[in-house]
Design a protein around this ligand. Structure first.
Ligand code: ZN
Length: 163
């Protein structure tokens, strides 16, 4: 797929993220880290999240390599998740995945996704859907791993259930 097959409005927005990727930095002391690779087109994503005391995303760093759709999707995602809790992010991730895999999503459904809407044109190019979802895979994996780590830490202190 060439970017010029996308609607002009979306193409411009996507190109702005490719030219100027948001949050393109490495965040030190991150609690959540994730990586994902798509060998099909050489896409790679690494990301780091720092959470504030209430568990919301305070800082995000994201490094993307590969095709334009992957890099733009990562940049857009990094803006979309700032200030959100991990539960909210998982909800958004499920919603976005569902929309990317649906061929009949109405425009007003896309509008609920905010700036992620600019990726709606990618649904017409099935081979590229994976590129747009790769950053979200890295994010979902990172959150899962973070939660597993928290569960392990919580175990020893947990009061044993009454027998
Ligand atoms: Zn790609």
């Amino acid at each position: 797929m060439a970017l010029d097959e996308l609607d002009e409005l979306y193409r411009e927005a996507i190109l702005s993220h490719v030219r100027d990727p948001r949050n393109h930095c490495v965040v030190p002391d991150a609690q959540v880290t994730g990586e994902s690779v798509n060998p099909f087109c050489g896409d790679e994503i690494s990301l780091q999240l720092r959470l504030d005391e209430s568990g919301r995303v305070a800082r995000i760093g994201l490094q993307g390599k590969g095709c334009s759709i992957n890099r733009a999707a990562g940049s857009i995602m990094s803006e979309a998740i700032r200030g959100r809790s991990l539960d909210e992010i998982e909800e958004l991730s499920d919603l976005f995945r569902g929309m990317m895999r649906s061929t009949e999503a109405a425009p007003d459904e896309w509008a609920r996704l905010g700036e992620l809407e600019v990726l709606s044109g990618v649904t017409r190019f099935p081979v590229r859907i994976k590129c747009a979802l790769l950053p979200w895979s890295a994010l979902d994996d990172g959150i899962d791993e973070y939660r597993r780590g928290r569960d392990r830490e919580a175990l020893p202190g947990e009061p044993s259930p009454p027998s």
